[in-house]
Design a protein around this ligand. Sequence first.
Ligand code: F3S
Length: 261
Amino acid sequence: MGNNSTHPTAIVRIQRFNPETDAKPHMQEFEVELKPGTTVLDALHEIKTHQDGSLTFRRSCRHAICGSCAMHVNGKNELVCNAPLKERLDRHGRITIRPLPYLPILKDLVVDRSSFWEQYLRVKPWLTPPEDAPEKEFRMSPEEVAALNNAETCIMCGACYSSCQIVGLTKEYIGPHALLKAFLRVMDPRDSIPGERLADLDGTDGVYRCRTIFNCIDACPKNLNPTLAIETLRKLAQKREAFEQARIERQKHLDEPIPAR
Ligand code: F3S
């Protein structure tokens, strides 16, 4: 690009791969202006719009809520829409962007997330309410809400899944994203199949496959804790029948006001 601008510039190194023409991925460098407030996603848009229209990446909302733009930036998974470009530059003014690890590359920064979604569906991520659900509303206590540990705020970006080395070894592993969703359903007093869920997670590809590597916590852009969720599921799986009986008792009172404290 011409450099008559008053703005400093950044070197953006991007892993490129076109399955129709390339035998393997390679790195390509671009130079972009470093304007105030520029995010890593802005830099990718700038390159695609003005320098190379063939650059391929996923993005949607630009507000860290759709989960589309997770990528591997300087060796760490993150949402590029939420990453200030200036803060990601090394002392030579460079940033390196690769697609999410451990997943097949479709083109450039776009990966095939099939295994991610297959494992997600495997845990039956939907709520299964009791047959005699309250007519008006389910009541949850503040303690029950707190026990969910914000798991409901997961945006399914895949950053945790593709940072886990067990996923790198086997796509049979359910993975931190789906186990976090399973945790959310198991802990939810409105769900009526916690015992069945815990039994499903008890196999060799479930909660016992996790090796407590913690990468999933580091990668999560929402500061969630899949490792703790998996540990909780492990403990509950060991007392599954008692937990299920307690849930049955709890559901008899789902429509009652929570007593004031
Ligand atoms: Fe993987 Fe997280 Fe367990 S990185 S091994 S799911 S603690």
